[in-house]
Design a protein around this ligand. Structure first.
Ligand code: MV4
Length: 502
């Protein structure tokens, strides 16, 4: 039964889940830390319970307190969101043991896909192509890894067995440098996941990071909702995602989607999940990992399919069969999501904290904002710096880009720095506009440190830059723009670009 849901999370995803529950007439229970007393998810929920001090280890990671509040509140289901306790097999198990519905996959599926070496061994058996590398399950010693490395070939990557997302990842260019990199990778994996085991993969450079959204009802029905291109990452943090990928064809989508469904079925997957691939320039694709949770970037899939993924999660948790068959899934238009982070792109993206004193949110046709902050809310250093997701939809990719440019120009946040200028420069990059980017693009092309040096090292240049930026913003905000020049050039560009890409 799912009639009262405890949301074991905070910020924009907690608000997102509460919205789906309210539309289904389901009561909601929020949990919050002392730093989140005035948070939006606390205000939107029917009930709210204090977890404890601000640090995650004293609040959102305190499984015991969350289970206690679930019992006290009479919640009969828990949604983990993403991060914190999502993808924690022991949390899903604790819910089952307490006869509380976990809105997500079974503990066994979390376990199977949580250990990346086991995940690789599992999908190999299902005939899913994996990135060449170690295929041995279990705890390989340094000696084992050093012996097999020359067969894999350099450059290669050391990756943490117990977790994805790049933590514990090291690039190795030669056998000589490998022992030291193994040691540092193990140390980082140990501190991040409590497990220092690692495995090896051949480094596929110049590939794209493509992930497929899966929905499965645990009754044998499993479908995919198309792909998301997540190649634009900085230090393994996704910055922008788009659906569909500019590198995808219908035929390739059908092939990759079928393999993604097969990988999910290999662990009898249930609920929403994501299969991550690397796609190279010759349309070869390789399984990277499976995320056994709702993803940050799920809204772009919702925008192009019209499916409310969180509602589907709740329906599946209630024991319903999937609302859709694979042939029902049609992708329409293009959606782009920019993660709006409270960080300073001109100061090495350092987190920016403080009270948001004012904000103007973009809106209008095809614009969606998922956020957990508002004027008066204090952004603290305790949690991830993402304060909002700006999602736009356009009939074509060109129109989505123009819409994102317009929305970013409208978006104002006063009180903290944000990475909005970074996204604006990305939206104006010809490589991005042409869809010609891969996983190296941001690190190689988009370090804004250069402008940071200008700002710091040479004040006169910084003053000139700041004046220019301020002038441009004033012009834009006052719409004092030579309309003829911008409008026709934009639409001319879109028309020209689309004719080229038909
Ligand atoms: C890779 C890869 C290339 N070759 N694995 C995995 C974790 C995720 N955050 C990035 N991951 C990658 N795994 C192999 N064998 C490329 C990526 C990757 C990436 C790597 C470095 C910098 C940015 C990246 C963006 C997307 C994917």
């Amino acid at each position: 039964m799912v009639s009262k849901v405890l949301i074991a999370n905070r910020g924009e995803i907690a608000v997102r889940i509460i919205r789906a529950c309210r539309e289904l007439g389901i009561e909601t229970v929020a949990v919050y830390s002392e730093a989140d007393r005035r948070a939006l998810h606390v205000r939107y929920a029917d009930e709210a319970y204090l977890l404890g001090p601000a640090p995650s280890r004293d609040s959102y990671l305190r499984m015991d307190k969350i289970m206690d509040i679930a019992r006290k509140s009479g919640a009969d289901a828990i949604h983990p969101g993403y991060g914190f306790l999502a993808e924690r097999e022991d949390f899903a198990q604790a819910c089952m043991d307490a006869d509380i519905t976990y809105i997500g996959p079974k503990p066994s599926a979390i376990a199977a896909m949580g250990d990346k070496a086991v995940a690789r061994a599992t999908v190999i058996k299902a005939g899913v192509p994996i990135v060449p590398g170690t295929e041995d399950v279990g705890n390989m010693t340094d000696a084992d890894l050093l012996a097999v490395a020359p067969k894999i070939g350099f450059p290669l990557l050391i990756k943490a067995t117990a977790g994805g997302g790049g933590k514990g990842m090291r690039e190795v260019r030669s056998l000589e440098e490998m022992p030291a990199l193994l040691a540092s990778a193990r140390r980082e994996a140990e501190s991040a996941f409590g497990d220092g085991n690692v495995y090896l993969e051949k480094l596929l450079s110049g590939a794209r990071h493509i992930e497929f959204q899966i929905l499965a009802d645990g009754k044998g029905n499993a479908i995919h909702l198309g792909e998301r291109d997540c190649s634009l990452q900085r230090r393994h943090q996704k910055l922008l995602e788009e659906a569909p990928s500019p590198a995808m064809s219908e035929e390739l989508r059908a092939r990759m989607g079928a393999v993604a469904v097969k990988a999910a079925q290999a662990v009898q997957y249930e609920n929403a999940g994501t299969i991550e691939f690397l796609l190279d320039k010759d349309e070869n694709f390789f399984f990277l990992e499976m995320n056994t949770r709702l993803q940050v970037e799920h809204p772009i899939t919702e925008m192009v399919t019209g499916i409310d993924i969180v509602m589907e999660q709740i329906r599946i948790a209630r024991g319903r069969t999937l609302s859709y068959k694979q042939e029902d899934i049609k992708l329409t238009g293009t959606a782009i999501e920019c993660r709006i982070n409270a960080e300073d792109p001109y100061n090495n993206f350092l987190p920016s904290t403080g009270v948001i004193t004012h904000s103007i949110l973009p809106t209008g046709p095809g614009v969606r904002i998922d956020t957990g902050v508002y004027p008066g809310f204090e952004v603290t250093p305790y949690y991830d710096p993402m304060i909002a997701k700006l999602i736009v939809w356009g009939e074509t990719r060109g129109q989505a880009i123009l819409r994102m440019r317009r929305a970013l120009e409208e978006y104002r946040v006063v009180g903290v720095h944000t990475n909005i200028p970074f996204h604006q420069s990305l939206m104006n990059s010809h490589r991005f506009m042409g869809g010609q980017y891969d996983t190296r693009f941001v690190e190689e092309r988009f370090s804004m440190e250069g402008q940071a040096e200008a700002k710091e090292g040479f004040p006169e240049i910084a003053v000139a830059l700041a004046t220019l930026v301020a002038h441009q913003q004033t012009q834009r905000s006052a719409q004092i723009v030579r309309r003829g020049e911008r409008d026709t050039s934009n639409w001319k560009w879109v028309g020209r670009w689309e004719r080229m890409h038909r």
